[in-house]
Design a protein around this ligand. Structure first.
Ligand SMILES: *Cc1c(COP(=O)(O)O)cnc(C)c1O
Length: 295
């Protein structure tokens, strides 16, 4: 359904990167205009499981700006499957850009209050949506992580010493850890403030006892989830001018901003070859105030 050759491996040489360190970006954002980035990889095994189960209706969960809902809506339309989103919060008079597009693609929107949403894991949704296949919020399950194992097979990435990505639920990072080669080190840049539960969540998705070295970086959430500061947008605009690579404000912008800070603090030793995963998410930028980003 998708042409994986669209996913480029692009060397990057921003001015703040010392000559002793190499870096490249794996452009999952180029996979497809709507089903871009890591969300397709998290969905693929879930959708296969739904089909194997004879189900053609996907029900999943998320907020009004969710990249996961955007990707699920687009993927289900391309695959001719039905899909429903249980959306956190009452329907606003104006749908968010993300939800408007999802609805246009045929996704049914089932709004629930924040209180109900908080209890969603103890609700028997099978009673509400019969014969549906359920994908958790953010595609966070073992099938999601399994699908992400394919990410590192898009190109020969065996020469990289470090593989780094943005972390929301940790599903993508877990898939990368399960498919990286032992001498490689993985770092997940966490975009939520104080999300220390994440190490357990990642561990729960690991398949092999002798995993490569990995760690979560908690210092670069930039004020917390989806917080947009002038320093962040300046970093992203500057990065775009130098590399022509667009970043999103929630995940990949924070990844590059954090990586830059870690480079400046000497966290990466000379000789490092760092692979940054561009996990997509650019649709989220459409909800920003116009003019913040120069692309
Ligand atoms: C959802 C998302 C992430 C987070 O992925 P997890 O597997 O939940 O950690 C990272 N980057 C982008 C662009 C995303 O949309």
């Amino acid at each position: 359904m998708f042409d994986y050759r669209n996913i480029q491996l692009q060397n990057i040489t921003p001015t703040w990167l010392p000559g002793t360190i190499q870096a490249a970006m794996l452009r999952l954002d180029l996979l497809h205009s709507e089903v871009s980035g890591n969300k397709w990889f998290k969905l693929q095994c879930n959708i296969a499981a739904a089909k194997a189960d004879g189900k053609d209706h996907i029900v999943t969960f998320g907020g009004a700006y969710s990249n996961h809902l955007a990707a699920t809506a687009a993927a289900c339309r391309l695959l001719g499957m039905r899909c429903t989103a249980v959306v956190r919060g009452e329907a606003a008079p104006m749908l968010s850009h993300t939800l408007a597009l999802a609805k246009q693609q045929g996704m049914q929107l089932h709004f629930v209050t924040r209180e109900v949403y908080k209890q969603k894991d103890s609700i028997d949704w099978k009673e509400v949506f019969q014969d549906a296949y359920f994908v958790p919020e953010g595609g966070h399950n073992a099938a999601g992580a399994e699908g992400c194992e394919e990410i590192l097979s898009m190109h020969d990435v065996s020469g990289f010493t470090h593989i780094i990505c943005a972390v929301g639920t940790g599903t993508t990072l877990a898939g990368l850890i399960n498919s990286a080669e032992p001498p490689q080190q993985l770092k997940g840049y966490v975009v939520l403030k104080g999300a220390h539960y994440l190490s357990e969540e990642v561990k729960a998705l690991l398949k092999y006892r002798s995993a490569p070295q990995w760690e979560l970086v908690h210092e670069h959430h930039g004020g917390g989830y989806a917080k947009v500061t002038p320093a962040l947008t300046e970093c992203m605009n500057h990065f775009y001018n130098e590399t022509k690579i667009p970043l999103d404000v929630v995940y990949t912008g924070k990844l590059v901003q954090g990586f830059k800070k870690d480079i400046e603090s000497g966290i990466y030793p000379p000789g490092s070859r760092v692979l940054l995963i561009h996990s997509g998410g650019l649709q989220g930028n459409l909800s920003l105030k116009p003019g913040l980003l120069h692309y």
